[in-house]
Design a protein around this ligand. Structure first.
Ligand code: PMP
Length: 391
């Protein structure tokens, strides 16, 4: 018999700390009159034609499993979309896997490529799931900091300095959560040279690719020689406002995709069928809706960045996604103090930057995926708070 002092939970799971974002959600949800700039999801409802397509698929009786890798027609459409928009090309038969959100694609990618003790370079500040996904797959995350000095874009020499004999892969995310930074083609090319030289793989999380506002987005897989080294991860949650549908995908080299599909087959079987039918419609007829939402996000970004700068905070202009990551240094507060006090005093929820990695300390993440009306109100409240702290 086990004694109760012993945890039934595996050590490597006990060692993971719970996501810092959740804590703030829970705190905010217990209060009234809170404007939340905390959540990383669109305020838009999924475009109606997508909802209808999914609904009709159920009516027509498509209620069974699909192929493990996903509906072939959807994989073909994913390839057309990637090809047309990002100039990368895959064989839909064996190089694309439809997953339960980009989250599952990331999880399966690491499980497919990592041996115990392999290192993965994770650029921070980063999406909170990356380092845990590496650890759960038996790997070791090695952090490199993307700093404001370089517009929150990691530089190739920083990556090179972190490489050891155990380095297997680099995880890149552009446009970035939480900073909104977009890596330029030149920056990606410089990273590609390091990747080639050290024979590495790249997991490129491009889930915000359609939400860029100033410059054209370059897929890492489109850089010369990188398609065979890149696992491209993306999904429908952000651009198509489909977070609850849980649909994403991975595309990449045949051997790796076969390995990922094997894991997926034993653990998930297939992504939800009705969501796959919705996604098919999203790619076929949903791009106009994406463009409309993108125009709206751009307006909101411009408004929020200006409002933050006007209240005296230094705020880098993010090129994509729907987050701003202003410095709160002038207030003299830590990220957590700022977020806690702003919530208590002004009922505005933001996420402390250190949740996304140590280098996020001194910053906060505000999502502008909420209505202009709410944003105007939130900025007004935040201005009152910040001015009181600065003066
Ligand atoms: N990657 C990034 C950078 C994200 O911000 C998120 C969601 N916050 C995901 C992946 C997960 O997306 P999905 O809903 O497709 O699992």
């Amino acid at each position: 018999m086990r004694t109760r002092e012993k945890s039934y939970v595996a050590d490597h799971v006990n060692d993971l700390s719970p996501s810092g974002i959740r804590r703030f959600f829970d705190l905010a949800s217990q209060m009234g009159n809170v404007i939340s700039l905390g959540v990383g999801e669109p305020d838009f409802v999924t475009p109606w034609n997508v909802i209808e397509a999914s609904y009709h698929s159920l009516e027509r009786g498509y209620t069974a499993y699909t192929a493990n890798a996903g509906l072939l027609e959807l994989r073909q459409e994913i390839n057309n979309y990637l090809n047309k928009n990002y100039h990368v090309s895959y064989n839909p038969e064996n190089q694309i896997l439809v997953t339960v959100g980009a989250s599952q694609a990331i999880d399966v990618a690491f499980r497919a490529i990592l041996n115990p003790g392999d290192e993965v370079i994770v650029v921070e500040p980063s999406f909170v799931a990356y380092a845990p996904a590496v650890r759960l797959a038996g790997g070791i995350p090695v952090t490199v900091d993307a700093t404001e000095e370089f517009a929150f874009n990691v530089q190739a020499d920083q990556i090179e300095a972190a490489i050891t004999s155990r380095t297997k892969a680099i995880l890149l995310c552009s446009p970035n959560n939480p900073t909104g930074a977009v890596l330029s083609k030149q920056e990606l090319e410089a990273i590609a040279r390091v990747v080639e030289q050290h024979d590495l793989l790249v997991i490129s999380d491009e889930i915000y690719a359609d939400l860029t506002y100033d410059e054209t987005f370059t897929s890492f897989a489109a850089i010369n020689g990188m398609a065979e080294r890149t696992i491209l991860v993306s999904g429908f949650s952000k651009a198509f406002a489909m977070t609850g549908w849980r649909l994403g995908y991975a595309a990449g080299p045949k051997e790796i995709l076969a390995a990922m599909t094997k894991i997926h087959q034993y653990t998930i079987m297939c992504a939800p069928t009705m969501a796959q039918h919705g996604a098919l419609e999203a790619l076929k007829n949903g791009m106009d809706s994406v463009k409309e939402m993108c125009i709206s996000y751009r307006q909101r970004r411009n408004f929020v960045v200006k409002a933050l700068q006007d209240m005296g905070l230094s705020c880098h202009v993010p090129g994509g996604a729907f987050y701003v990551f202003p410095s709160i240094e002038r207030t003299g507060l830590t990220s957590t103090e700022f977020a806690e006090q702003l919530l208590q005093e002004q009922r505005v929820a933001v996420v402390p930057g250190d949740v996304f990695g140590k280098s996020g300390e001194g910053y906060i993440r505000c999502s502008y995926a909420t209505s202009m009306k709410q944003l105007e109100q939130a900025m007004k409240r935040m201005r009152t708070f910040v001015e009181a702290k600065i003066n």
